[in-house]
Design a protein around this ligand. Structure first.
Ligand code: BV8
Ligand code: ZN
Length: 250
């Protein structure tokens, strides 16, 4: 796996220095170096089953205990992991642009722990739970729940407050993400395979509005054909190098 050349990083840094409105789109790859399994990589299976089968309303209706076992396993992995240099570099970028929005597909809360604030979680957050029958919601940060989490108010099943396949994304978060994709001068796409929509569609929106697209990934993806600059390498190495190159150029 070749790593991004200094020349390519310098080109990306120059585009960022000229930029006044940055939108960053992240996926599971930015959390990989924290030890969080990605969805579609070799570690993308849980007990031989794929997220696409487990992270669905049908899957939950059919086997709520099985789906909670999957989410409680992920919570048990996530409660001990820390943000990595990729999350920290993105949090640093946040303060350098008059207009900035981080749009993350990740539900692992690691961007927030790294200090990101100007962000939307378009697929929700695994630590929040909500009732399947009433308006009860709870931020159960860091806690692995019971096998059968029930609503303290009405007794119905609780569910993870994440967006499952076939479900609508949170309206306000998606509106802000689309607005940022239309307005940004640069879209920095890091650690996503670009197969899940409407998230991946944001790259096409940015491009259609004239943004420069910079991709950071350990390999080429479905989005690489739409990227002006593709930096091949680990997000935890390339993103800090990008921030350093931005500073060096000032
Ligand atoms: C909707 C929350 C409609 C849950 C998630 C056919 C064609 C097109 C679309 C569809 C289709 N069939 C169905 C659809 C729609 C579907 C979809 O896109 N399916 C895909 C699989 C084809 N989308 C939906 O269902 C969405 N809803 O469309 O609603 C609707 C309309 C009206 C009314 C009602 C409904 C909902 C999608 C959201 C699903 N929820 N997560 C949970 O997490 O438990 S998606 C899930 O995938 C995660 O959020 C994850 O973030 C996301 C995307 O995956 P990635 O983040 O990209 O992760 P992945 O493993 O794929 O890739 C990791 C990348 O990192 C790789 O490229 C790898 O090379 C790279 N990498 C690895 N290590 C590193 C690295 N890069 C840098 N450094 C490293 N160290
Ligand atoms: Zn309830």
């Amino acid at each position: 796996m070749s790593t991004a050349s200094d020349e390519m990083i310098a080109r990306a840094a120059a585009a960022l220095r000229r930029c006044r409105n940055l939108c960053v789109l992240t996926g599971a790859g930015v959390s990989a170096e924290s030890g969080v399994p990605t969805f579609r990589g070799p570690d993308g299976f849980w007990q031989g089953r794929r997220a696409e089968d487990l992270a669905t309303p049908e899957g939950f209706r059919r086997d709520p205990r099985g789906v909670w076992a999957f989410y409680n396993w992920r919570r048990s992995v996530l409660k001990d992991v820390k943000p990595n240099a990729a999350h920290e570099a993105i949090a640093q970028l946040e303060g350098r642009f008059p207009a900035f929005l981080l749009v993350t597909q990740n539900v692992d809360n690691l961007h927030r722990l790294a200090g990101s604030r100007r962000m939307v979680e378009i697929h929700g957050n695994i630590w929040r739970v909500r009732c399947t029958a009433c308006a009860y919601r709870e931020d159960a940060f860091g806690r692995v729940l019971a096998d059968e989490p029930r609503c303290p108010g009405c007794g119905a099943w609780l569910r993870p407050d994440v967006v499952w396949f076939g479900e609508m994304l949170p309206v306000e978060a998606l509106r802000r993400a689309e607005e940022a994709a239309q307005a940004c001068e640069v879209m920095l796409v890091a650690g996503t395979s670009g197969v899940v929509y409407p998230a991946a569609g944001l790259v096409h929106v940015a491009r259609a509005h004239g943004a420069t697209v910079i991709e950071v990934n350990i390999e080429r993806t479905e989005l690489s054909a739409f990227a002006d600059i593709t930096l091949i390498g680990k997000a935890g190495e390339v993103l800090p190098a990008l921030v350093r190159a931005m500073d060096a150029g000032e």
